[in-house]
Design a protein around this ligand. Structure first.
Ligand code: HEC
Ligand code: HEC
Length: 387
């Protein structure tokens, strides 16, 4: 008893068809209108899952990207300078002791001040005889995890870096052997060296290794970001998760700020330095490679809420994190060819990994919210009593 096609087309049936069509259209319309919100909610949920299930990292530029990760509890201590409480305690005194400087006025802590995020809050550092150097003081927090130190990466380890900072004529202008002799005359130091090295003698090498040991204890492996990465997924708000997704995706930050330390340890030029002004050579001074002119090491981003001003030269007046994000959003800039002075030094080239991002104001807010999760607990430490 097959129905003939067309036989059902009574008026009533037409009405039902029209109603069903209208309801379907309304449903599709609603879904279409709500799609972005649904998509956003789904995205946030995805980030509560294990990292393997997160959206894939952008590797369009063909580079391997180290996955983001929590910091290990502490950095590796080198075999020739293992950790001991006594050495770290001695190193702490030396870090705060201005008698290491030529003037007896400037300690490591003068520029790496615990109440200023272990940096100095200045655009550029002020050292011996109030000389202003060309560089912004980085925090020493988490420096022990870095493979290369200084903005141009010229020091392979903390031990090398310490001697360089200590004897730098515009920083402490110290003479390490002279400082060691001076401290040997301070009675209170002998027992500290005895405890650290089973021998009371003060030497440059022992001082350096103690300071390095102390610095390897200055870490913030428990920021909210770290806890999130270790699996406590409820520590992030939806906005912070959207920011994390932008950081890994549309905003491309992870191309350079990746791995546990949020840096590739590599060198890039963003247009922050100007040919002929200050230290504009950057990594080029070490390698002589044309692509390294004006390239500086990607900083790790933990605690950036506390370490303004930013960039290798403390770049710009009142440039806060939101302004930096605006500059990233516009794709930084290729500095204008400056003419004459360029004859022997190649012009700095904007990193090919930098491009305009097209982020909305809401997206910039989400990205800033994510960066806020990288702040550690209080970094404050009282000045120890000096021997
Ligand atoms: C006058 C200020 C000043 C003093 C004093 C000073 N520093 Fe620094 N420190 C800086 C500046 C500026 C830089 C960046 C220099 C560069 O990259 O060329 C720096 C870089 C560093 C770095 C490298 C951080 C990184 O992320 O690469 C460490 C670690 C450090 N200093 C520790 C010390 C120690 C230890 C002392 C004492 C022996 C000391 N500093 C004394 C200003 C200072
Ligand atoms: C091409 C590699 C690269 C990319 C991509 C990149 N950065 Fe950077 N970032 C750097 C380098 C290099 C510096 C230091 C530049 C300088 O000193 O001149 C820096 C500096 C910073 C600083 C200042 C840190 C400080 O301590 O001074 C912040 C904050 C920052 N980046 C955040 C971001 C964010 C957020 C994104 C994504 C929107 C991003 N970066 C994308 C390489 C990159």
């Amino acid at each position: 008893m097959r129905r003939r096609i067309g036989a059902w087309r009574t008026r009533r049936e037409w009405l039902v068809v029209a109603l069903v069509a209208a309801a379907t259209a309304t449903f599709i319309g609603l879904v279409w209108l709500m799609a972005p919100a649904i998509e956003r909610a789904r995205l946030v949920d995805r980030y509560r899952d294990p990292q393997a299930d997160w959206p894939r990292l952008q590797t369009l530029d063909g580079r391997d990207i180290e996955p983001l990760a929590a910091l290990p509890e502490q950095p590796d201590f080198p075999a020739n300078n293992p950790f001991s409480e006594a050495k770290a305690a001695l190193g702490k005194r030396l870090f705060f002791d201005p008698r290491l400087s030529a003037s007896n006025q400037i300690a490591c802590a003068s520029c790496h001040d615990p109440s200023l995020g272990w940096a100095d809050g200045r655009h550029q550092a002020v050292g011996h005889d109030r000389q202003v150097g060309p560089m912004n003081t980085p925090t020493v927090i988490n420096a022990g995890y870095k493979k290369r130190l200084f903005w141009d990466g010229r020091a392979p380890d903390l031990e090398t870096q310490i001697i360089a900072s200590w004897s730098n004529p515009i920083e402490m202008a110290g003479t390490p052997t002279q400082s060691a002799r001076q401290l040997a005359g301070v009675a209170g130091y002998a027992p500290l060296f005895e405890a650290a090295y089973d021998d009371p003698r003060v030497t440059v090498d022992r001082m350096t290794r103690a300071i390095a040991t102390f610095m390897r204890t200055l870490n913030t492996p428990n920021t909210r970001f770290d806890r999130f990465m270790r699996g406590a997924r409820d520590t992030f708000t939806a906005a912070e998760i959207r920011g994390l997704d932008l950081f890994r995706g549309k905003a491309n930050c992870v191309r350079c700020h990746n791995g546990a330390l949020l840096t590739d340890g590599d060198f890039h030029h963003l247009g922050t330095s100007v040919h002929g002004v200050g230290n504009y050579l950057g990594r080029y001074r070490e390698t002589g490679a044309p692509e390294d002119v004006g390239a500086f090491q990607t900083p790790g981003l933990r605690n950036i809420g506390r370490t303004a001003p930013y960039m290798h030269n403390g770049f710009g007046e009142d440039i806060d994190i939101k302004s930096l994000l605006a500059l990233y959003n516009m794709g930084w800039w290729q500095n204008a060819p400056p003419g004459e002075k360029t004859r022997d030094i190649p012009l700095a080239q904007l990193s090919p990994l930098i491009e305009p991002l097209g982020l909305s104001a809401d997206e910039i807010n989400d990205l800033a919210a994510f960066l806020g999760t990288l702040d550690g607990a209080s970094l404050y430490m009282a000045q120890p009593e000096l021997p």
